[in-house]
Design a protein around this ligand. Structure first.
Ligand SMILES: Cc1cc2nc3c(=O)[nH]c(=O)nc-3n(C[C@H](O)[C@H](O)[C@H](O)COP(=O)(O)OP(=O)(O)OC[C@H]3O[C@@H](n4cnc5c(N)ncnc54)[C@H](O)[C@@H]3O)c2cc1C
Length: 387
């Protein structure tokens, strides 16, 4: 896709490719086997000055948009999807902070992020509302010049490793889910945070996507991002486009890596009895064509959608929803096909192909889930309200 990217993004993508080949890919199997959070990936990304991708230039960052996010995450995911997802959540979190940061929030969070010494992440999801991530039940009360936060987040990627957490809560004083919410910053060492058991996921095993209990956690009122009840703006202007692009890029990169490895393995598989190879079989050629079409369709949707969001195009949100839904279908389809085409060896070895099959499954259940996205895309096409 370099043909569609401006020179500065091609450069950034090459930096990401070096990290992918030299740091992420060699460690990916270990990350998966040991469910190990990829600190090595963050060290390499920090060394390459990539932590402030969405931070404004005047604060030391790259001030990049969604096309850059798509290109970098898609590249990283080809080496290690867990590492790509962990970095993706940092990028989405930093974009949320940057969108309306006060001077205090710029100094406290964005400058250290741009200086490659601060990791942030997004903690929205809760057990009570599940896939409906835009309906937090975590409570917020305003007490003597600070906020008290009480509730439990689930599946917090980078949980226990990030320096700060962008969390969602109800607006202060609200007791039951009315749909309004706030975003605010919680620092990792704030008293009252308790981490629930270690992440032992079926896939994305390096993610450390843990539960986070917030028991009367006190944060200063200047940790509030934007205004109380700013949820429509945050959900549609920042969280949804950045999050969907990051997810779509992760699963597109994973599918592309799976396709490439499948082609390589098929090309090297020969038969002694017939003197030919697996690549000579018509059915295999057909299956590779189907996989390649699916991956290329997915990449085209992703890059076009990211470009349209960066341009502020009115169709952008629908396109980015489609890109994420398509990336989930494609990642699951391609990794499944890869396991068949690569035969018993892929099954026996439980190596990169099998790992990607397990990692791909997370795509459907990560919010906004494929079911919800398809409902929203259909409703929008029918001229109905999304929610
Ligand atoms: C690897 C991983 C990393 C994650 N990282 C983060 C993170 O960093 N931050 C964060 O906030 N969250 C994160 N999540 C959480 C994620 O975004 C979802 O919120 C969560 O997976 C939803 O799971 P659930 O079991 O609560 O789903 P449920 O709500 O129980 O849904 C189960 C299924 O039913 C479907 N469904 C539910 N309601 C409807 C409906 N009305 N119509 C149609 N279908 C419906 C859903 O699509 C889903 O497929 C992560 C999840 C995973 C697996």
């Amino acid at each position: 896709m370099d043909e569609l990217l401006p020179p500065n993004l091609i450069k950034l993508r090459h930096v990401a490719k070096d990290i992918t080949d030299q740091v992420l890919a060699p460690e990916a199997q270990k990350v998966d086997e040991n469910a190990q959070w990829p600190s090595h990936a963050f060290e390499a990304l920090a060394q390459a000055d990539l932590m402030g991708l969405h931070v404004p230039k005047r604060l030391g960052g790259h001030e990049q948009g969604l096309l850059a996010l798509a290109a970098i995450i898609e590249t990283l995911a080809q080496g290690c999807s867990s590492s790509a997802l962990c970095y993706a959540m940092h990028c989405v979190g930093s974009a949320v902070i940057a969108s309306k940061a006060t001077r205090y929030q710029q100094d406290k969070y964005l400058v250290p992020i741009a200086d490659n010494r601060h990791i942030t992440t997004l903690a929205l999801s809760e057990a009570g509302t599940g896939a409906h991530f835009y309906l937090p039940q975590t409570q917020l009360s305003r007490v003597d010049g600070h906020f008290d936060i009480h509730g439990t987040k689930q599946f917090v990627t980078n949980g226990g490793h990030a320096d700060s957490y962008v969390i969602s809560t109800q607006v202060s004083g609200q007791t039951s889910g009315g749909g309004d919410f706030n975003c605010l910053m919680v620092d990792h060492d704030t008293p009252g945070i308790r981490w629930l058991p270690d992440w032992r996921g079926f896939g994305m095993r390096g993610n450390s996507s843990r539960g986070m209990q917030l028991d009367q956690v006190q944060v200063p009122t200047n940790n509030l991002l934007g205004e109380e009840g700013d949820q429509i703006w945050y959900v549609f202007e920042v969280i949804t486009p950045y999050f969907l692009t990051a997810m779509a890029a992760t699963y597109t990169g994973l599918a592309l890596a799976s396709l490439n490895q499948t082609i390589d393995q098929i090309s090297h598989r020969t038969y002694s009895h017939a003197g030919n190879g697996l690549a000579d079989q018509d059915v295999i050629q057909y299956r590779v064509a189907q996989m390649k079409i699916a991956v290329d369709r997915c990449r085209a949707l992703l890059y076009r959608a990211a470009y349209l969001v960066d341009q502020g195009h009115p169709e952008a949100l629908t396109q980015i929803m489609m890109a994420k839904a398509e990336s989930a279908d494609t990642a699951v389809y391609v990794t499944n096909e890869a396991m068949s085409c690569c035969g018993g060896r892929a099954y026996q070895d439980n190596d990169a192909q099998a790992r990607r099959l397990r990692d791909a499954r997370a795509a459907h259940v990560m919010s906004p889930t494929t079911d919800l996205l398809k409902l929203w895309i259909g409703r929008q096409a029918l001229g109905m309200p999304l929610l």
